[in-house]
Design a protein. Structure first.
Ligand code: VG1
Ligand code: CO
Length: 547
């Protein structure tokens, strides 16, 4: 075995987005593409000639196509960088929350997650890589930007010429001076979850005949869900479906929303529907929750969890505060107000919650994109959310729908929807956003599509802990009754641009809570279309996905 220093030249476009660097598998397959990004990361972390002597690195991915190849490359590069130990998930598998749990429990210096999350997989699908820091959370923007700059000037990378390691079984190996331990992908994460929830109460719930259908979408969440729900909590065999992780997610889109998890929705709408439905995404950090005949919006889910957190052992002492991403509905703000705790509004992406969680300023956080989590790790956590809901149902004796309706009765309903326009040519999407931003100063006080605008801005965030500023995080247009429309471009796609339009209107009147969301939001949809001139810019007359 020896360490090689090999010449390379930069690749354009290795710029991490909302959650790491995501590209087509074919892009990652190019010789030196992955190597360049990993070397740039190691250079940033340890200095250009630095070594990670003695440090521990966690490594795992969501098991999508190319995962196995990439894992072996990174193991050899970590050895060349001098890591003391690499903890790699068995078979190269670790869900995103599991990586976070392992980093924190084993005091690792950080971890590399190979995932493109909810994006489709397979040879023609997407691949991704991101770095999580010592706190277990996604690297802050300052680091991801520095890594990107370094990718543009890289001239060499270092790698051991060792052979592939057998990582399909537990064991300990060596590359150069680096110990590589193959670890159980579920155990650390399960330990964390066991400390938070009342497993006895949930066990009793299942023993009483409560029926759950948990759809792992052929992704990495399956084994953990099966081990805990069926193995430990006594849910009947078959509760977790589509549980075997596949490299191509069965050809499906592993995104737990009503559009891509339509099969689960159909089961929950059927006459003999189970009591609760749940789904997790490609890397098991997202979750969708359903009641019988009822879909829970992610923003409402966060608010319900916050409202009842004290009923769950891990949060018995109450919440320090909560946080939500800016486009997420204000339901949780209303709950926080009633609880007398702070509610922070952050830009989209879990990395912005890290400082608040580390500083002990917030306990729960979430996003409208089916992500919820807490200070138990530094990622959103799909199984955590499912267990939280089960725990609440078990100790309140109330069903999923009843818990959400209780929220609406108390605080009014934040009627909410997100409209995505996918696959827009990038220049057109950029032109749309530029025009919208250009019109911002004149929008306050104007009437558009019969709606009177109170104010509009481009969201900027100052991190209350380290003072870092993130600008241009989304255009907000707010009406006099506080209804709002938010426009931003996705930072996780790999083909063209995706325009996301977030619509929210508060409905205090309980007799109107059952109006279909799209109907209640129709005036805001018209406003959005006119304001952004969507048809003129994109040629599209309807969104490609509505959730
Ligand atoms: C999307 C979501 C965002 C989420 C991100 C990563 O980002 O909107 O809320 O944090 O995906 O989620 P964007 O930039 O495409 O809107 V995951 O499950 O990919 O780690
Ligand atoms: Co995900």
């Amino acid at each position: 075995m020896s360490i090689l220093t090999l010449p390379t030249t930069p690749f354009e476009g290795q710029k991490p987005g909302t959650s790491g660097l995501r590209k087509k598998v074919a892009v990652f397959r190019q010789p030196r593409y992955l190597e360049n990004f990993v070397q740039a990361l190691f250079d940033e972390l340890h200095g250009p000639d630095g070594r990670a002597d003695g440090q521990t690195l966690v490594l795992g991915g969501d098991g999508r196509h190319h995962n196995r190849v990439a894992i072996q490359v990174i193991l050899r590069m970590a050895a060349a960088c001098g890591y003391g130990r690499v903890l790699v998930g068995r078979g190269g598998i670790l869900s995103t929350p599991a990586v976070s749990a392992v980093i924190r429990r084993r005091q690792a210096a950080g971890g590399i997650v190979l995932s493109a999350s909810h994006n489709p997989g397979g040879p023609d699908g997407d691949f991704g890589i991101k770095y999580n820091a010592t706190n277990g959370g996604p690297a802050p923007e300052a680091l991801t930007e520095a890594v990107h700059r370094r990718t543009l000037s890289l001239t060499r990378y270092r790698i051991s010429d060792a052979a592939d390691l057998p990582i399909e079984r537990p064991g300990s190996h060596r590359i150069e001076d680096t110990v590589v331990d193959v670890i159980d992908p579920v155990a650390d994460h399960a330990d964390v979850l066991r400390e938070l929830f009342d497993f006895d109460a949930i066990r009793a719930l299942f023993a009483r005949g409560f029926r759950l259908r948990c759809d792992a979408m052929w992704a990495v969440g399956g084994p953990a869900a099966r081990a805990i729900l069926e193995g430990e909590l006594g849910a009947p065999a078959g509760t977790v479906v589509n549980a075997e992780p596949k490299e191509d997610f069965g050809g499906l889109h592993p995104d737990p929303n009503p559009v891509y998890a339509d099969d689960l929705v159909a089961h929950l709408m059927a006459a003999d529907a189970p009591d609760m439905g749940a789904a997790t995404d490609g890397d098991a950090d997202r979750n969708m929750i359903l009641g019988r005949g009822f879909v829970v919006s992610p923003s409402d889910s966060l608010a319900v969890l916050a409202a009842h957190a004290r009923l769950v052992p891990g949060y018995r002492r109450g919440l320090a505060g909560v946080a939500r991403s800016m486009p997420t509905s204000t339901a949780v703000d209303r709950v926080a107000g009633a609880l007398g705790i702070a509610c922070h509004e952050t830009p989209t992406g879990w990395k912005f919650f890290g400082n608040l969680l580390d500083a002990g300023q917030v306990t729960l956080c979430g996003e409208e994109s089916y992500g919820t989590g807490s200070d138990h790790v530094r990622e959103k956590d799909g199984l955590w959310a499912i267990l939280f809901w089960l725990n609440l149902v078990a100790v309140t004796g109330r069903g999923v729908e009843d818990l959400v309706r209780g929220l609406w009765v108390e605080h009014g309903r934040c009627v909410y929807s997100r409209h995505d326009y996918e696959g827009i040519p990038t220049e057109r999407a950029d032109a749309l956003m530029a025009e919208l931003r250009g019109r911002l100063p004149e929008l306050g006080g104007r009437t558009v599509a019969d709606q009177r605008i109170a104010w509009a801005d481009d969201f900027a965030y100052t991190d209350p802990v380290d003072g870092s500023v993130s600008r241009r995080q989304g255009v907000r247009v707010v009406l006099e009754d506080a209804s709002r429309v938010v426009f931003r471009l996705s930072g996780t796609g790999t083909e063209g641009a995706t325009l996301r339009i977030y619509l929210e209107r508060h409905e205090p009147d309980p007799t109107r809570h059952d109006l279909p969301a799209q109907q209640a939001l129709a005036p805001l949809v018209r406003l959005a279309g006119e304001l952004a001139r969507i048809v003129a810019h994109t040629g599209m007359t309807a969104p490609t996905v509505m959730t």
